[in-house]
Ligand binder design. Structure first.
Ligand code: SAM
Ligand code: SF4
Ligand code: SF4
Length: 361
């Protein structure tokens, strides 16, 4: 039953409230919400937070600029009422946010309109996972994704650029698995000439250890990584290289709007995923919204502006008003950056870009 109450919200858009079956301007539902809980990180991955730009004088957000846990829970609750059934905490490095377990336990109490617990996941560089995995699970986290771009210690440390040892991330993955946060997914960003020689070794390693590896095409997100199309290793090439050694077959989508295309090993030893953000735009089924740590709502990873939810929350807006605004922003959404980029074959120049560490990957 849809209760209809047309309104003009602070977003300036007319909308209906609450909108069961909410759709954007291209008919896409709102299903996933990625919440960045901090813009800080203890790594300086060269493709994400290069040291030259994120040096010791870099101005990260002040504590009072960050959304509080109360504010995050209110907005997640509004999103869940509108159809979101997947929440992912990210950053920066989300495990740096003090008290993250408390936030997780509060988010774990949310229920969708039909009474289900939303899927609660977290993306991390794994550096604090060894210590925190059990408490995260206890708090109600369902799954973790850990980023590992190389199996070579020297190269891994060169990529994170803070000399963080790979073995500690592996300990974190083991701790997450032992705590029941598995099967752990592992993200590897592949950049040509940097780690593309590790495509097969990475696949082999994580296959043997029971983790689901997902290869991510290097994206032109942000303005600091000096992206060039020539650096991208297309997913088709990744699949072909692995398949030549360990034959793969495609797996059907388990839910519409999945970012990763899945491939299974023909010998039954598991699967991999490829996220073709550059060569295979999936905007048509994109059901994701992102909230930055300071409460800006972005309806596309490549958006240059976000809607200020923090101002709304701090102006005393009611839950109904909050839901109505969210519905209004989503209802007006027309984003399809990757699709358009695919047509012109390169990153669109001359536009302000939001850094991945800010918007949350
Ligand atoms: N710090 C956490 C981590 O590294 O997992 C969470 C935030 S990080 C921004 C989320 C994901 O974005 C990571 O898997 C990272 O590798 C990926 N990422 C960052 N910059 C990227 C880029 N330019 N292209 C593709 N993936 C990128
Ligand atoms: Fe930090 Fe993650 Fe970005 Fe690396 S990819 S710098 S770990 S936020
Ligand atoms: Fe979604 Fe934007 Fe990525 Fe397209 S480019 S898949 S709309 S986040």
């Amino acid at each position: 039953m849809v209760e209809v109450k047309p309104a003009i919200g602070r977003s300036g858009r007319a909308h209906q409230l609450p909108s069961a079956g909410l759709r954007d301007a291209r008919g896409r539902a709102l299903r996933d919400l990625r919440i960045s809980v901090t813009d800080r990180c203890n790594f300086r991955c060269v493709y994400c937070m290069p040291k030259e730009l994120f040096g010791s004088d870099y101005q990260f957000m002040d504590r009072d600029e960050l959304l509080s846990f109360d504010e995050i829970v209110r907005l997640a609750s509004a999103a869940v009422a509108l159809g979101v059934d997947k929440l992912r905490l990210t950053g920066g490095e989300p495990l740096l946010r003090r008290g993250i377990e408390e936030l997780i336990s509060r988010l774990a109490e949310l229920r969708t309109p039909d009474g289900r617990k939303p899927d609660l996941a977290l993306t991390t560089n794994g550096s604090a996972l060894r210590v925190k995995a059990a408490a995260l699970r206890e708090a109600g986290l369902d799954r973790v994704t850990v980023s590992v771009d190389s199996l070579d210690e020297t190269r891994f440390q060169a990529i994170n650029d803070v000399r963080f040892p790979l073995a500690r991330v592996f300990d974190g993955i083991a701790a997450a698995t032992a705590a029941g946060l598995g099967p752990v997914k592992v993200n590897a960003v592949i950049k040509r000439g940097v780690n593309d020689d590790e495509i097969v070794p990475l696949a082999q390693h994580f296959r043997e250890n029971g983790q689901i590896l997902r290869f991510i095409e290097y994206m032109d997100v942000g303005a600091s990584n000096g992206w060039a199309l020539a650096d991208v290793v297309p997913s088709a090439e990744i699949v072909a290289r692995i398949s030549a050694v360990h034959p793969l077959a495609p797996v059907a989508e388990s839910r519409p709007g999945e970012t990763a295309k899945r491939w299974r090993y023909l010998d039954g030893s598991g699967e991999i995923g490829v996220i073709s953000s550059v060569t295979g735009a999936f905007c048509g089924t994109c059901t994701r919204a992102r909230v930055s740590a300071d409460g800006k709502l972005f309806t596309c990873l490549f958006a240059s502006t976000g809607f200020d939810l923090r101002a709304l929350l701090r102006s005393g807006a009611s839950d109904t008003e909050l839901r109505s605004e969210l519905a209004g922003v989503w209802g007006g959404r027309d984003d399809r950056y990757s699709e358009l980029r695919a047509r012109i074959g390169e990153a669109t120049p001359d536009r302000e870009r939001i850094e991945m560490s800010y918007i949350g990957g």
